[in-house]
Write a new protein. Structure first.
Length: 259
């Protein structure tokens, strides 16, 4: 290889966004998921991030979960619904209804909830992470996002929140999250992750059907239809894991995930 080609290759390597692995480039005990709730919350009184995509390009997926508070009791352990897209570009309406032909948990009538992953650039760790939130929280943040962008466009018609600093905080009642304008300087490194091909299928941790069947066996029988498990374990099940849109998911330990 000529020196010209070698120098070109070095330049391309420098310009390639880093961090396509689940926890690559992050300190120990820090994950791609920003901890939002509980005692381990990273928000404190508010934390600033660079938003890397507009709401139309936030990854959505569904989870099966069923639990209650006071006291906290888990009826169905949270797991990703196999009837979910494996990447961006899917139509929400195509996945809104449960599909027992694609997911054994849908067939067992386990509760199903919509989640979103918002890609952000973490100013502290100098790499991308995601806010993994339920539909209700996403609606609140989108409302704040649109208000912020609309107000800014009065002064600069080309303004977009994407690529700018925002401040994420808990709402005053502590039950959701809000988004406001931040005052930190946008790091130059953040730009390389706008339009980046984030490994959403890996982040969503799509399980094999056999693993899901075990979770359903452990579930409270009052909250799932366990009769579907008999045919599934005797070869009579028609459920299949949908093909991946972005490559085969890798095996991830539960410690790497927010659920």
């Amino acid at each position: 290889m000529s020196i010209r080609d070698q120098l070109k290759q070095r330049e391309e390597t420098r310009n390639t966004p880093k961090g396509n692995g689940i926890n690559e480039g992050l300190p120990e005990d820090v994950t791609r998921y920003v901890r939002l709730g509980g005692k381990a919350s990273e928000l404190g009184d508010g934390r600033q991030f660079v938003i890397l995509a507009d709401p139309d390009n936030w990854y959505f997926y569904f989870c099966h979960e069923d639990s209650t508070f006071s006291p906290y009791t888990t009826f169905v352990k949270k797991h990703t619904c196999l009837h979910s897209p494996r990447g961006l570009g899917a139509e929400l309406k195509s996945f809104t209804k449960p599909n027992g032909g694609a997911c054994i948990s849908c067939k067992a009538k386990a509760k199903r909830k919509l989640y979103f992953m918002i890609p952000v650039f973490d100013l502290e760790y100098k790499t991308w992470r995601v806010l993994d939130i339920k539909e209700f929280h996403a609606m609140n943040i989108i409302g704040d996002y649109d208000k912020l962008e609309k107000a800014a466009k009065k002064f600069s018609k080309d303004y977009t929140v994407v690529g700018d600093i925002v401040n994420i905080t808990k709402t005053s009642d502590g039950k959701s999250y809000s988004l406001g304008s931040g005052d930190a300087e946008v790091p130059a490194e953040a730009a390389q992750f706008i339009g980046f091909d984030f490994p959403y299928a890996e982040l969503a941790n799509f399980r094999e059907e056999d693993d899901i069947i075990e979770l359903l066996r452990e579930a409270d029988p009052a909250h799932v239809d366990k009769s579907v498990l008999t045919s599934a374990t005797t070869g009579g099940s028609s459920t299949q894991t949908p093909p991946s849109d972005t490559g085969a998911p890798i095996d991830i330990s539960d410690e790497d995930l927010p659920f």
